[in-house]
Design a protein around this ligand. Structure first.
Ligand code: OSB
Ligand code: MG
Length: 369
């Protein structure tokens, strides 16, 4: 594969509803769609998942742009690639910046699969024809309102409900949901809002029969999480703390978590995601695919990855209509009875809707050889 041209489409898309986490509320999603063309005219798409501000990790939309433009794209244009697995090697001289790397690698994967006229999920070695999905619900003003929002999504068929929590909006919120829905798969995501000083509160959550608690402690921690896990019945799932196979191995060896949320962007791409998946399969650690409020392009990559066998728990890849009035892919991602049918078309399996892409595009940067 000789990459001829890389286009960065800078997008601003308004979420249907504002999304609140332990770090605040936002509604406008700004990101890059990566379009890549090779010497045969094949085209691949990727998506950068960093946010405008560095609240989730240190990367931002601007840092992604800087790193892609100045460092990563020149490395890609330098010489041909035989296989997408080589991309992460090519980027090795650049430290971290996983979301920037992953955005470009994702486009290479799509392009490679399209050249071979093969669905991306098959290139990854996946086989599921449908995947189970859950939904992630932002912090709501009151337990009552939360229970109403949950009811709506339970009725839509989502297989697992995840509720964002923070100090002061945790036990009572979850208790109300559990009271209304004694049998649903329910979990909480704290996005690092607690410390070991909150141990009593975190232990109390054991009453609620949660499937797991995601990233309760610091975004860069695996030591305190291992202490916490020995005190809790509820399994800990790590999100922010895991950036690589090596991080996953250390966390599992320390007993810092019993479940891992794999996000392609956070770990630097699909190749690294597969390595973490394979390691977790070997260790008997369940994994599921997280989300970053992506457009349909990022979602399509998540769907392909989730067809791998160790993705045994419902992920956060909800349908297009949960996020957008109009998604940038066609057909849009449809969830029925909590299932997404995996498309069998080449590459990511969805077409990019050029008209909608241009409608939400605020800037365009082209680099070619
Ligand atoms: O922590 O999993 C997270 C959204 C943005 C940033 C971080 C997270 C989330 C979600 C929603 O939980 C996932 C989604 O619906 O795409
Ligand atoms: Mg999370």
């Amino acid at each position: 594969i000789t990459i001829r041209e890389v286009t960065l489409h800078r997008m601003v898309m308004r979420l249907k509803d504002p999304f609140t986490t332990s770090f605040g509320t936002f509604q406008d999603r700004e990101f890059f769609v990566i379009e890549m063309e090779d010497e045969t005219g094949a085209i691949g798409f990727g998506e950068s998942v960093a946010f405008l501000s560095p609240w989730y990790s240190e990367e931002t939309v601007e840092s992604n742009k800087h790193i892609m433009e100045q460092f990563l794209i020149p490395l890609l244009l330098e010489s041909p690639i035989n296989h997408p697995d080589e991309v992460s090697k090519r980027f090795e001289s650049i430290r971290r910046n996983h979301m920037a790397k992953s955005a470009l690698e994702g486009a290479v994967w799509d392009l490679y699969a399209k050249r071979k006229a093969n669905p991306l999920y098959k290139e990854l070695g996946g086989s599921k024809q449908q995947i189970e999905v859950g939904i992630s619900i932002g912090i709501q003003p009151t337990p009552k309102e939360l229970a109403q929002v949950v009811e709506g999504f339970v009725n839509e068929g989502y297989k697992r409900i995840k509720v964002k929590i923070k100090p002061g909006a945790d036990y009572e919120m979850l208790k109300e949901v559990r009271r209304h829905f004694p049998d649903i798969l329910l979990m909480a995501d704290a996005n690092s809002a607690y410390t070991l000083k909150d141990i009593n509160l975190l232990k109390k959550l054991d009453e609620l029969d949660l499937m797991m608690i995601e990233q309760p402690l610091a975004y860069d921690d695996i030591i305190d999480h291992s202490k916490l896990q020995t005190e809790l019945v509820t399994p800990i799932c790590l999100d922010e703390s895991i950036h690589s196979l090596e991080d996953a191995r250390k966390a599992v060896e320390l007993g810092s978590c019993k479940i891992i949320n794999i996000k392609i962007g956070r770990v630097g791409g699909i190749t690294e995601s597969k390595k973490i998946h394979d390691y977790c399969a070997q260790q008997g650690i369940p994994v599921w695919c997280g989300g970053m409020l992506e457009s349909g392009i990022g979602r399509a990559h998540n769907i392909a990855l989730t067809t791998l066998p160790q993705f045994v728990m419902p992920g956060d890849t909800a349908g297009s209509s949960r996020y957008w009035e109009k998604d940038i892919i066609q057909p849009e991602v449809i969830v029925e009875n909590g299932l997404i049918h995996v498309p069998n078309k080449p590459g990511i399996g969805y077409e990019v809707n050029r008209q909608v892409l241009e409608q939400y595009r605020v800037d365009k940067i082209v680099r070619s050889n």
